[in-house]
Design a protein around this ligand. Structure first.
Ligand code: PLP
Length: 386
């Protein structure tokens, strides 16, 4: 089976992890801050807070932006459930903004209409979470302008996006957001096994996220609220969590970061190869905005004959190709239906979902495999629908 995504681990990565194993710290040592610093330097963000997953990073990002009961958080329906769940963890209400039918990314026009309506009803969101699907940046300048006009904060869910850029700036630089979150799950662009990171330009937000990451506990004598009791003394100031990344994970992430540009360029080459090989097929590839560079986490196509998606999917799997579908719309998940969402709420997202298929894409994929995959698609398409 050709997987849809796969990590790329070399000897250097293995050595980096093994070195930590025989060091003094398996966790809370020097590797986590080193990884955070390196991601700051790479992206141009000022501060970084590593966490044990992007899901945890999204949760503490919402908390430090003040999301709580009575607040509203809006995200895209075409995403992994974590982009929406983070708001529910905080006791807030989630709602969705429909997507651009070509990219599957949050549509600034749909956002504007929904904001106008929400303003009338007094239901404006506190935070909006655009998701860079496939690693293709959302139209952040437009979303940022709306944020200024309607007073919401922005968390970019860039779980697919590290290594990409928008208007010449790396995703994670937070030029158009308060916080950007990356995932380092093995199918993503670089991996730390499990892991995530929240980037920001705000020292205050970074400091608070670090607090929530580790039980809400402070150890710095300057920050104590009670009189110092001695060197053992620490204070809990918030109800935090254990969302820490280990040094083993950070060492792997740090080592992988050195190959990030190589990964992204390989992924882009393969994506171009796919697009050319599929040019004559009744499919449209989902492409990044002009002027942006995508990290190309996923290579996604839309089938013009959407009614054949299931057939194409099953037939490709039979050919040993692990095609996938990203994603079943979050508002139609049983848990979200229970909250009152229903089919028809976000028609562009629902239509997009019907059309899409994800083809394998990872750095070690070779052109012969891409050819095999594309000829499979061509063969299925050339037969009459069953
Ligand atoms: C993978 C993913 C997440 C969650 O990442 P984890 O590191 O597995 O918690 C969140 N949002 C999106 C869009 C993702 O693809």
């Amino acid at each position: 089976m050709i997987p849809y995504g796969r990590q790329d681990i070399n000897q250097q990565d293995v050595d980096a992890v093994v070195e930590v194993l025989s060091s003094n710290w398996l966790t809370q040592g020097p590797k986590v801050p080193a990884f955070e610093q390196a991601v700051c330097e790479y992206t141009g963000a000022k501060f970084a807070v590593a966490a044990n997953s992007a899901t945890s990073a999204l949760h503490i990002a919402c908390l430090v932006l003040g999301v709580g009961p009575g607040d509203r958080v809006w995200t895209s329906p075409i995403t992994f459930v974590a982009s929406a769940n983070c708001a529910l963890y905080c006791g807030a209400q989630v709602d969705f903004v429909d997507v651009d039918p070509n990219t599957g990314n949050m549509s600034p026009e749909a956002l504007r209409s929904k904001l106008i309506e929400a303003k009338r009803q007094g239901t404006l969101p506190k935070v909006v979470i655009p998701v860079h699907l496939c690693g293709h940046s959302c139209d952040m300048a437009a979303i940022f302008e709306l944020g200024k006009e309607y007073g919401f904060k922005i968390i970019e869910d860039a779980s697919h996006g590290i290594g990409g850029s928008y208007q010449g700036h790396k995703l994670g630089s937070c030029g158009y957001s308060d916080i950007t979150v990356f995932s380092f799950h093995p199918v993503k662009i670089i991996t730390s096994a499990e892991g995530g990171m929240a980037l920001t330009r705000s020292r205050l937000l970074a400091d608070k996220m670090a607090l929530f990451r580790s039980h809400g506990i402070r150890r710095d004598p300057d920050t104590m609220l009670r009189p110092d009791e001695g060197k053992w003394y620490y204070e809990q100031h918030e109800l935090g969590f254990n969302y820490r990344m280990t040094d083993l994970q950070a060492a792997l992430g740090f080592s992988q970061l050195k190959r990030l540009d190589e990964f992204v360029s390989k992924r882009n080459q393969l994506a171009e190869y796919y697009t050319q090989a599929l040019a004559k097929q009744p499919v449209v590839s989902v492409e990044p905005l002009l002027g942006s560079v995508s990290a190309r986490h996923l290579y996604m196509i839309r089938l013009k004959q959407a009614e054949r998606r299931r057939e194409v999917f099953d037939s490709m799997r039979e050919r040993g190709v692990q095609v996938h579908v990203h994603y079943f719309p979050v508002h139609l998940q049983p848990y979200y239906l229970e909250l009152g969402f229903k089919a028809g709420d976000f028609p562009c997202a629902e239509q997009f979902y019907e059309e899409i298929l994800t083809l394998p894409l990872f750095p070690a994929l070779i052109e012969q495999e891409v050819e095999y995959i594309c000829s499979g698609i061509a063969e299925i398409m050339s037969t009459e629908s069953l």
